[in-house]
Unconditional design. Structure first.
Length: 300
């Protein structure tokens, strides 16, 4: 059941083409949409031109949709199409409507600090399990695309290392197995190693990685936390291609990789490769969480 947003102002700030679907869905629910720093086509999707500034986009909004990839290491919003870095500071947030909710991937301590003393309550939904499973599909498809664009061999028969077999890692492994890559899964978790073997992959305990990592021309990581440390990177092949699918701060020691001359593609936000579908899925989660939080919210 959709929430009736008639009379609401919804702010959509930053993000990629998924944000356009947030705008369409908000308008379909009766809201007026303000936006800033979003993707081309935003004026049409929102039914209004961009606000003059981030603060003016947030002004009066009861619901703020921020990008699910969240904040960069410098605390700026994920906004690949914006002309400048976007920061949802206290000054920006204080203009929102009383009781405003800001939905984003993760409500980290910096966002919480900026929101303190403002009308805004940050709500992280990036760890929503059903959404993560749905997002894993376009993320895996995006990983395949990045691999094809950055390797000189066919995926068929290519020895590749998959780090992590969580919700994203499972879809990544399935995608590369479907293309008949020679997939090895490295993990600490014995259950993940058992699952990898059952799926037809080579299962490799993470403790054995130092002696084998040089065998892989392609490494795809969806593991949380720093996994590819300098000690491991120095053992990789000189021409290795590493694809990191993780949100900030990532799973690779990027500074060490650059010093060692390793090719690393930080392919975060790959769910954006299917922006209409993933944007729709995200909006449905936002509406579910909104219904849970707003007691007596008008519905239809």
């Amino acid at each position: 059941m959709a929430v009736d947003l008639s009379g609401w102002t919804v702010a959509v700030v930053g993000g990629d083409r998924r944000a356009l679907e947030h705008m369409r869905q908000a308008r379909a629910s009766g809201a007026s949409v303000q936006h800033y720093g979003t993707a081309p086509g935003a004026d049409q999707a929102a039914g209004a031109p961009a606000s003059p500034s981030l603060a003016q986009a947030v002004a009066g909004a009861r619901l703020i949709s921020a990008p699910i990839p969240g904040l960069g290491t410098d605390h700026s919003l994920y906004a690949p199409f914006a002309k400048e870095k976007l920061f949802t500071t206290t000054e920006v947030l204080r203009g929102a409507a009383p009781g405003a909710l800001m939905f984003m991937g993760r409500a980290n301590p910096q966002i919480e600090a900026w929101a303190k003393g403002t009308p805004v309550t940050p709500v992280g939904y990036g760890d929503d399990d059903p959404l993560a499973i749905l997002h894993a599909v376009p993320t895996a498809e995006g990983a395949v695309k990045v691999a094809i664009e950055n390797t000189e061999e066919t995926i068929l028969g290519l020895p590749m290392l998959c780090l992590g077999l969580g919700r994203v890692g499972l879809s990544v492994a399935q995608a590369f197995l479907g293309l008949q890559a020679r997939v090895t899964l490295a993990a600490r978790n014995p259950s993940q190693l058992a699952r990898a073997w059952a799926m037809g992959m080579t299962a490799l305990p993470l403790s054995e990685l130092p002696g084998t990592i040089d065998r892989f021309p392609l490494i795809v990581s969806s593991s949380s936390g720093l996994v590819l440390t300098r000690d491991l990177l120095v053992r990789t092949a000189d021409d290795v291609v590493i694809i990191d699918l993780c949100s900030p701060p990532g799973s690779v020691d990027f500074a060490a990789a650059e010093q060692l001359g390793r090719k690393v593609i930080w392919a975060r936000g790959q769910a954006a490769t299917a922006p209409r579908r993933t944007g729709y899925n995200e909006w449905q989660v936002i509406m579910r969480l909104l219904r849970e939080r707003l007691d007596g919210a008008p519905r239809r």
